[in-house]
Design a protein around this ligand. Sequence first.
Ligand code: BT5
Length: 281
Amino acid sequence: MSTAMERGFAEKLTVQLHTRILGKPLHFFPTIDSTNVYAGRLAREGAIEGAIVIADAQSGGKGRLGRSWVSPPGVNLYLSVILRPSVPATAAPQLNLLAAVAVADAVTEVCQLSPSIKWPNDVLVDGKKVCGILAEMQTDAGALRAVILGIGVNINAPLSAFPEELHDKASSLLLVSGRAIDRSVFTASLLTHLEKYYVLWLEQGFPALRAAWEMYASAVLGKRIAVAAPEGTVTGVALGLDDDGALLLRGERDGEVHRLLAGDVSVIGGYDRGEKDDPRR
Ligand code: BT5
């Protein structure tokens, strides 16, 4: 059940949203299995770029690699947007990075917090995950037809909404800021930033976003990390991002620069919390 403040999320968002592409149309569901699954169906049926699916709760929220996304009702954001960029399919994963920067901008602007990004696309505050992103591609004979960009943000979830095993690594904007955040204000800000970066990316490619991404990436850059990549685990120092968004890592065993396109990062020794997490200090 939504709280009183949160009643009318969909109506308020419709009024507050001034984007040109994203959110036209906006489909809102009280509960759904997964916004990415539904948006994927819409995309296959020909839905236009910018169509968005938002749910108040998900019964089968999806993470990457078959993992699940905890999606309690009435408190968070579960959103999927259909994009149809005219780019090669190999460029589509860059949308993960783009979305992370947009979320980090919204968290900074609406909550006055200092988020950081963990490559490729987790957004953390005080070392805990407040947002996950899942970009799924639809291709036809190798050509990119659509990307379903799914974004889950823990906005007002209390700690009790998360299973015990996530208490150390997950948090919400409410828990880290100590105040309830209006979901429609947050979502309007997120979509405004997402559209700004999407247009920039279409016009100029990933290099135009790299500085913004790296500004938020203090949780990873310059640190000793281990990346569990499909080709095996590589340990070394994170150097930055290549022109296509690949993570550049100086391997500690061979001293070579590795280019990683996918994987799960862990910072050896854990994430810094507090002051060092703020990329602007
Ligand atoms: C992600 O996967 O972080 C991508 C999550 C994407 C969720 C959105 S919600 C809207 C759209 N519709 C969907 O069905 N999905 C997208 P991954 O990097 O694999 O992280 C998943 C892991 O994060 C889990 O295995 C848990 O350890 C942890 N986790 C699960 N739920 C969480 C939550 N609400 N907050 C923080 N961490 C969570």
